[in-house]
Ligand binder design. Structure first.
Ligand code: SF4
Length: 362
């Protein structure tokens, strides 16, 4: 595992001809993971809005005038009900997000610890994203059974300052360091489409890949530009940039779970399929990602069926690649037929297309 990638090396990978980039990323992906398994997480906003921070992309910052309605901390029972619903629709992980700058010891943190214990009993992975935490708080979360802690680096160290002024890059790294002192896994990634350069994207990957160990999961978000935030005018990120970013992340962090996160509603199924081919092996499910829209879970399961993907089981640190021999013997046992059969894919033609086809006799 390399931790010494340079920005130049990563840029060279990111800018390769697309077919070469896809081939390299897919080869690494297949050597490290089962390419037909995708981990599914559900993100729950357990405390929404009113955040004192100034993250330029976030509609939950109190200082921006957005349509987000704030909510106090959810009850343990509410969280349990949502977790059960997520489990029944195929999620193996519940990620609880609270719009806090940092965790404060007291009744609210105790309530979060109880949520962690409750979801743990449902045999699901529990992740939290609560802002900055101390080493002691990380240990308390670990004792409650937390599986992962999310704390994104967001962008390169240089560009971070352009987006957030209320805390620094080192604060992010310190929290990740505190989590690393426990047995809780680290989830850390970033956002593209905030106006950053390709160099900044590479810089973020240098920072993530240099962590030792590298994060167990890395969300790659495409900015959802929300009205009322400083980044409201940003144009949607191109799918090609998303595919390149996913593939490059896979190459420099071969073992991490690369998660397609915010921005999936703007991506076609074909675009998402290319991301899976390029090494993405995790998604957020559910119709909302904290406060922004996300594809409906049924749509995702339909897409999985179409692509022959299956949701990963919980507590799998890393999906195991299947050897060629194992794949061959599986087909042999089943009369040399692949287990998965391609669902019929109908092309719906609209009236105009039907009329045009009739004229051309097709
Ligand atoms: S991203 Fe998190 S810390 Fe930043 S404003 Fe939003 S809720 Fe607060």
């Amino acid at each position: 595992m390399r931790h010494d990638w340079t920005k130049e090396e990563i840029l060279d990978i990111y800018n390769k001809p697309l077919m070469d980039l896809l081939y390299e990323a897919a080869t690494i992906h297949r050597a490290q993971h089962n390419a037909n398994q995708v981990q599914v997480s559900t993100l729950l906003s357990i405390k929404t809005g009113g955040c004192p921070e100034d993250c330029g992309y976030c509609p939950q910052a109190a200082r921006y005038h957005t349509n987000v309605e704030g909510n106090d901390l959810m009850s343990v029972q509410q969280v349990k009900a949502q977790a059960l619903r997520a489990k029944s629709s195929g999620s193996s992980r519940v990620c609880m997000g609270a719009a806090w700058r940092n965790v404060k010891d007291g009744p609210e943190f105790d309530q979060v610890l109880e949520m962690v214990r409750t979801i743990n009993k449902l045999d699901m992975e529990v992740c939290c994203t609560l802002g900055m935490i101390t080493e002691n708080q990380a240990h308390r979360l670990a004792e409650a059974g937390l599986y992962a802690y999310n704390h994104n680096l967001d962008s390169s160290e240089e560009y971070y300052k352009e987006v957030i002024s209320t805390r620094g890059y080192q604060d992010r790294l310190d929290t990740i360091d505190n989590v690393r002192k426990t047995n809780v896994t680290v989830c850390s990634g970033g956002i593209i489409g905030m106006g950053e350069s390709d160099e900044d994207r590479a810089g973020m990957l240098v920072a993530l890949a240099s962590l030792s160990p590298q994060p167990e999961s890395t969300p790659i978000n495409a900015l959802v530009a929300v009205e009322g935030t400083p980044l409201e005018e940003q144009q949607p990120v191109s799918i090609w940039d998303m595919i390149r970013m996913v593939a490059t992340t896979r190459i420099v962090m071969p073992q991490t779970q690369v998660r397609l996160s915010a921005g999936r509603t703007q991506m076609s199924r074909e675009g998402q399929a290319m991301c899976f081919f390029a090494g993405a092996n995790s998604i957020f499910a559910g119709d909302k990602l904290l406060t922004t829209p996300n594809p409906d879970v049924n749509e995702d399961m339909e897409m999985f069926k179409l692509l022959g993907l299956e949701p990963m089981k919980p507590f799998v640190k890393k999906s195991q690649p299947e050897s060629v021999e194992a794949q061959y013997s599986k087909y042999k046992d089943e009369g040399e037929k692949p287990k998965w059969t391609r669902p019929e894919h109908k092309i719906e033609r609209n009236e105009q297309a039907k009329a045009a086809a009739k004229k051309l006799k097709v």
